[in-house]
Design a protein around this ligand. Structure first.
Ligand code: ATP
Length: 275
């Protein structure tokens, strides 16, 4: 296999205010980030630097958004990838990609004159599953070993400080080595939003949309039990599409109500009332 281009590096365009209904997660994450922001003090007090934060929870709840916002908050470059990008049939390719990922983060930070970089690894369970469980996948082990080597090699006075933020829905699947102190030693839970959270997310995703006077987002929030942020974003979009199809200039409540069904049909979601 030929080695593909380095993972995309981009300027973060998300801030914590763009994330709805994840107050606990945002606060916990900020607390951890404040700790790395106080770099001078960390060195003075001889504190072990925070190298990894694990975001756990179901898909579409805003883990990627949180990682992007973390990069903005700490003025770090942001490099994102998914665990699935490291899995190749050929020995050594996954490990090489891990090395390249860290190199990309450092190079981009130096280029942009930033002191820190956030590496986001979505679906870390794909590359960080328990080692030795699947004998036909020795390659997975090498890739995970390389990630551990990179993280262990990160030092408090490195020119570019790196924080690895990883996301998973299956923390039980992770190799315990990843959870040891000095690796991913902070976990932040990112749950499905409750009703108030859903309302916040709906407001965020309809802020740039023309809404008719009969719109009642609270009712929509009430009716969308078990929807994730991604589902709610999709609902707002579907509602706008339905309005457009009918030639309406504003989105009406019935469009959003119909959009609930559309999103649910796509996902077979549980629609229990009020929570
Ligand atoms: P996955 O595990 O599937 O990668 P994720 O938890 O990383 O999911 P995101 O990629 O952050 O989820 O969310 C997908 C999209 O859903 C976002 O781009 C955003 O439009 C919307 N979204 C999800 N959660 C929220 C939220 N809490 N507030 C606002 N928008 C959200």
């Amino acid at each position: 296999a030929t080695f593909n281009a380095a993972p995309a590096a981009c300027r973060p365009e998300v801030c914590f205010a763009d994330i709805g209904g994840q107050k606990t997660a945002v606060n916990e994450l900020k607390e951890a980030l404040d700790f790395i922001k106080n770099h001078e003090q960390i060195i003075k007090l001889g504190i072990r630097p925070l190298k990894g934060i694990l975001l756990t929870g179901p898909p579409g709840t805003g883990k990627t958004l949180l990682a992007k916002a973390a990069a903005g908050y700490t003025d770090s470059v942001f490099v994102a990838c998914s665990g699935s990008e490291f899995i190749e049939m050929y020995a050594g390719v996954g490990a090489q990609r891990v090395r390249q990922l860290f190199k990309t983060a450092r190079d981009n930070a130096l280029k942009q004159k930033k002191e820190s970089a956030i590496i986001f690894i979505d679906e870390i369970d794909i590359l960080g599953g328990k080692r030795g469980q699947n004998t036909s996948h020795h390659e997975y082990d090498q890739t995970l070993n390389q990630l551990l080597v990179e993280m262990d090699g990160m030092k408090v006075n490195d020119k570019v400080r790196i924080l690895v933020v990883a996301a998973t829905n299956r923390v039980d699947m992770l190799d315990p080595a990843l959870l040891r102190p000095g690796r991913f030693d902070r976990q932040v839970k990112v749950d499905l939003p409750d009703k108030a959270g859903r309302l916040e997310i709906l407001k965020l995703h309809s802020r740039n949309k023309p809404l008719a006077d009969d719109i009642d987002l609270e009712k929509i929030a009430q009716e969308t039990f078990s929807f994730s942020g991604a589902h709610l974003e999709s609902l707002a979009n579907e509602g706008a599409i339905l309005a457009m199809r009918e030639g309406c200039v504003k989105i009406e409540q019935r469009h959003f109500l119909e959009a609930i069904d559309k999103v649910m049909m796509g996902e077979k979601l549980d629609r229990r009332p009020a929570r």
